[in-house]
Every structure is written in structure tokens, then in C-alpha cells.
Design a protein around this ligand. Structure first.
Ligand SMILES: [Zn+2]
Length: 373
């Protein structure tokens, strides 16, 4: 078996790590940074505090980013970068903010609008502005991955883009920033972490370093997600979920995601289900499907390594975890017609579906969606 492993992002982890930002900016040698964030951090004053603490090196702020960032928001961010002659990007927020900032830092070095890259036919620019990522949720792992997911809401498209140029230079992972994350978002983002780790492990491109990281992350999610939901300021639960998010991000960044993420894109863009919750809707079902063809016993090994007797038992535990953390376990409330199911199926046939260890056909997807209806 041949494999390679690469993780070029410098990671600083721990409560209070955000205070390193000024030093990290100084080390880049850049003087005109943009703070890319979401409206909530403008409102709660954290964005203003970072700007004040930056000694004038953060010269402007862009906060026009919504969940599942649209290409137009990315273009508006690029416009702000150009108007202020920015030479550095600092991203503070959840996965949507980090992805949009990563895309803006890259696309601003070329002339095309963000939407031109969505069909993945035009090569992405090779270089980006220096980038420091500060995650505020324990979820996407975007601060250390080479992936950015962008949407074109007008066309109903949500697409992951992938290039080594998306790796940030530095990630400041401060678990304390997640203490104010509401319960439902904690549950959704935590389920995303679990899916990243499981899909990295059973991926056809699996490799030993990523396997080890995935197993570590899965154990942490089962142990700490429910507590993080119930006790938002529990320091240990928040720290361990942040650790799970980073290690799951390192686990899937190279192999990529698989079936549950493939299905999540239309579940989000057609039905408005948050990303992690959308991934969680199918992950236990794919575990049962994949267990039927576990010829090398890898899935059995994963179940045992993470505290379960077999993959079926692990799938049951995932369903139970979704129920206990208040996540959807079905699609009954949407009144989906057969036409709706066919639309979901065709929009799920995206490249990462091919990373699943068992080939997933349109008929299998139809049956799966029908079973959730
Ligand atoms: Zn995800």
C-alpha cells in the first residue's frame, strides 16, 4: 500500500490562543489585513476587539457572510479586499466564514468571479494571500483543510472545491470561543465532525495516519458531544470537541469525504437542513450498507476500536446520539414526493460519492431517501 500524508497548517490550540493573533500577524510581515467574519461577531464585539488589538494591522472588516456562503458574498469580500489593498486575510467564524475567506483569499489573486470556478472546469488560481484561520465552532475543520464549500443559491448548487492553496498558513484553535455556540449548532457541527472521521476511515483513499486520527476523533465525539450540548460552558467537553474537530479535519482533508457528505449537499441546498445535521441523516444508514461488504474487516475493526461490538451496534449508537442531541433522524416533515426524491438522488451523484467503499447506485440512494420520508 502506497500513501502520502501532508499537513502544512501550523496549529496553535488551547483556551486563550486567540491572544496570539497580533504576534501571528506580525510574523507574516503584512500590514494591511482584512478581518472576515460573520455578523454575530460584529454584534458581540469580538470582531472590534481583534481589530483594536491588532495595532492597526487589521484595516477593514467584511462580515456579509451567511450560512452556506454564496458566490456573491465571496465576490463582495474580494471587492473589499481590493478596495482596501489588503495583503492578509484573518478569518474568524464557523465553517461558512472560513470557507468564504479561503475562497476570497485565493480568488482575489485572479480576475474571474467566484461562480466561474464552481463547475470545477477552470483551474483554481495557484496562490493566495496569507491566511490565518480562527474557528468558532467545533465542526468543519476548515481551518486545517484544503477544502472550501461554496454555493450558488440562485442555481441551487452547493459544491466543495479542493486545492492545496486552500490550506491556511496558521490555525488558532481556541476552544473557549465555542462556549457561546447554541445547543443545536453544537449538535450539528459535532455530527459533522463524526461524519468527517467516519468517512475518512472508510474512504477508498484511506491511509494509516488518517485512520489513526479518525479513530481518535470518533472516540472523542461519542464521549463529549452530548455533554457539550447539555453544558455549553463545560471546559473539558468543549476542549475535547475542538480537538475532535481538528483531528477529524486532518483525517479527511486528504482522503476526502464520501456518501453522507454527497447526500448532504442537496439536503442542505434543497431542504435547508444545516450541513452537519444533513450529513448525520444518512451516515448510520451508509454504515449499515458498507458493513454488508466489509470484506477486509476494516469497518469491524473501526467499530471495535471506538468501543462498539460491530458496525451495526455502532450505527445504532449514531442513531441514538442524533436522537439525544436533538438532530433529525428522518425527513417525514418535508412531505417529499417521488419527484422530490428523484431530484435529491440526481443531486447526490457528485464525485465524493465515488469515495464510498461500496459503489452507491441511484437506486440505492432512492431507497435510502424513501426510507427516511
Ligand atoms: Zn462536513
Amino acid at each position: 500500500m502506497n500513501w502520502h500524508y501532508r499537513q502544512p497548517v501550523t496549529i496553535h490550540f488551547g483556551n486563550g490562543t486567540i491572544t496570539r493573533l497580533k504576534d501571528e500577524i506580525r510574523q507574516t510581515g503584512k500590514k494591511r489585513g482584512i478581518l472576515v467574519t460573520s455578523p454575530s461577531f460584529e454584534k458581540n464585539g469580538l470582531a472590534a476587539r481583534l481589530v483594536t488589538d491588532s495595532d492597526g494591522t487589521l484595516v477593514t472588516t467584511y462580515s456579509g457572510i451567511s450560512p452556506n456562503p454564496d458566490i456573491r458574498e465571496c465576490d463582495a469580500c474580494i471587492k473589499t479586499i481590493r478596495e482596501n489593498a489588503c495583503d492578509l486575510v484573518v478569518a474568524l467564524g464557523g465553517g461558512s466564514v472560513l470557507d468564504c475567506a479561503k475562497a476570497a483569499a485565493l480568488f482575489c489573486t485572479a480576475t474571474l468571479p467566484a461562480g466561474d470556478y464552481l463547475d470545477r472546469k477552470i483551474p483554481l488560481p495557484p496562490d493566495r494571500l496569507p491566511l490565518i484561520a480562527i474557528p468558532t465552532t467545533a465542526g468543519t475543520g476548515s481551518e486545517i483543510t484544503r477544502v472550501a464549500v461554496l454555493s450558488d443559491h440562485e442555481k441551487g448548487i452547493k459544491t466543495p472545491l479542493d486545492t492545496p492553496a486552500f490550506y491556511p498558513d496558521t490555525a488558532l484553535v481556541d476552544p473557549k470561543l465555542t462556549w457561546t455556540v447554541p445547543r443545536h449548532i453544537t449538535a450539528c457541527t459535532g455530527m459533522d465532525v463524526l461524519c468527517h472521521a467516519i468517512e475518512a476511515y472508510w474512504n477508498i483513499h484511506h491511509q494509516p495516519v488518517c485512520d489513526a486520527l479518525a479513530i481518535h476523533a470518533i472516540r472523542l465525539v461519542f464521549r463529549y458531544l452530548e455533554t457539550a450540548c447539555e453544558e455549553p460552558s463545560n471546559p473539558l467537553a468543549r476542549e475535547k470537541m475542538a480537538e475532535a474537530s481538528v483531528t477529524a479535519g486532518m483525517a479527511f482533508s486528504l482522503p476526502g469525504t464520501t456518501s453522507a457528505h454527497a447526500c448532504s449537499y442537496p439536503l442542505t441546498s434543497h431542504l435547508g437542513i444545516p450541513h452537519g445535521e444533513a450529513c448525520g441523516l444518512t451516515i448510520d444508514h451508509f454504515m449499515r450498507i458498507n458493513a454488508t461488504a466489509d470484506t477486509d474487516g476494516r469497518l469491524n475493526e473501526l467499530a471495535r476500536a471506538t468501543g462498539f461490538s460491530d458496525p451495526g451496534n455502532m450505527a445504532d449508537a449514531i442513531a441514538e446520539l442524533k436522537y439525544r442531541t436533538g438532530l433529525k433522524t428522518g425527513l417525514t416533515r418535508y412531505g417529499l414526493t417521488d419527484t422530490d426524491l428523484h431530484r435529491l438522488v440526481s443531486a447526490s451523484l457528485v464525485p465524493n460519492l465515488k469515495n464510498n467503499p461500496v459503489p452507491i447506485t441511484a437506486a440505492m440512494l432512492y431507497d435510502l431517501y424513501a426510507s427516511l420520508r
